[in-house]
Design a protein. Structure first.
Length: 141
């Protein structure tokens, strides 16, 4: 999975999406990741990181169905392994989903509030400030 994460990093900087960087291959890899089941807690955490680390590609390629599945999968993983450190990031992903794909400002605002709440709960003021900056960028452009 870490190699797939590296591949996605390379894909993000690709000049064109052909050959090894084709969108078909991207879609296949995302399907494989999202269909993973019965993983150990350690591997589940890695999967969650890979999914959340690469949401920018989902947004860039306008893959609404993948975005929704990432949100569901990430929430399932966090709940099953009781790891809520990345919960603010998932809430950020949710608000981007609502803004970009659903055009639902109120739902996005609720996800933003949840992101700030979870950042406060884990005591991460740096993350809280970054979330506020990102919200400002997303809602003023």
């Amino acid at each position: 999975m870490i190699l797939i994460d590296l591949y996605f990093a390379c894909l993000a900087s690709a000049k064109s999406f052909v050959g090894i960087y084709s969108l078909d291959l991207y879609d296949e890899l995302m399907e494989c990741l999202l269909n993973q089941e019965n993983l150990s807690p350690e591997i589940s955490l890695i999967l969650n990181n890979v999914l959340l680390n690469n949401v920018d590609l989902v947004l860039r390629f306008h893959r609404e169905s993948l975005m929704k599945r990432i949100i569901i999968k990430s929430d399932t993983i966090m709940t099953s392994v009781h790891d809520f450190q990345r919960r603010p990031v998932l809430s950020l992903v949710e608000w981007k989903y609502y803004l970009q794909f659903k055009k639902d400002f109120l739902a996005a605002q609720k996800s933003y509030s949840n992101a700030i709440l979870f950042a406060n709960l884990i005591g991460d003021t740096y993350l809280e400030n970054k979330l506020k900056e990102e919200w400002e960028l997303d809602t003023t452009t």
